[in-house]
Design a protein around this ligand. Structure first.
Ligand code: 5GP
Ligand code: ZN
Length: 114
């Protein structure tokens, strides 16, 4: 999608600190980190919200989780614990309408979330 910031990042039209890439997805460091580790895992396919995930995307979503798990292990937060978040629509705080998994870790998380 032409006016989507994450599509532009995936197409290298906008710079970002990309730490992983394959044919289906990228992982990049969040521009405004909310924890010592705050990495985003994004499919290259433009899917606006989690409500738009279709049956045909099931393997892609599993792939995003595999990437997130690997990054959590590599960054040393897997055993301590971390949070995977996908916001959906305005009351969740979703700001970018191209699905992304937030990997948040490196500090104590709280519940309920804000
Ligand atoms: P959301 O609120 O949609 O779940 O999360 C969007 C996330 O994307 C936010 O954490 C925000 O800091 C991050 N973000 C927004 N624009 C950019 C950008 O241009 N580059 C990077 N690296 N992160 C971004
Ligand atoms: Zn997009």
């Amino acid at each position: 999608m032409s006016d989507c910031i994450f599509c532009k990042i995936a197409q290298k039209k906008v710079p970002a600190k990309i730490i992983y890439e394959d044919e289906l997805a990228i992982a990049l460091e969040d521009i405004s980190p909310q924890a010592p580790v705050h990495t985003l895992v994004i499919p290259k396919k433009h899917i606006p919200t989690s409500l738009d995930i279709r049956e045909e995307d099931n393997a892609l979503l599993g792939h995003l989780f595999q990437i997130a798990n690997r990054i959590a292990c590599e960054k040393g937060i897997a055993k301590r614990g971390f949070r995977l978040v996908m916001n959906c629509n305005p009351e969740s705080g979703q700001a970018v309408y191209h699905i992304h998994l937030h990997i948040l870790g490196g500090r104590q998380m709280h519940w309920p979330p804000g």
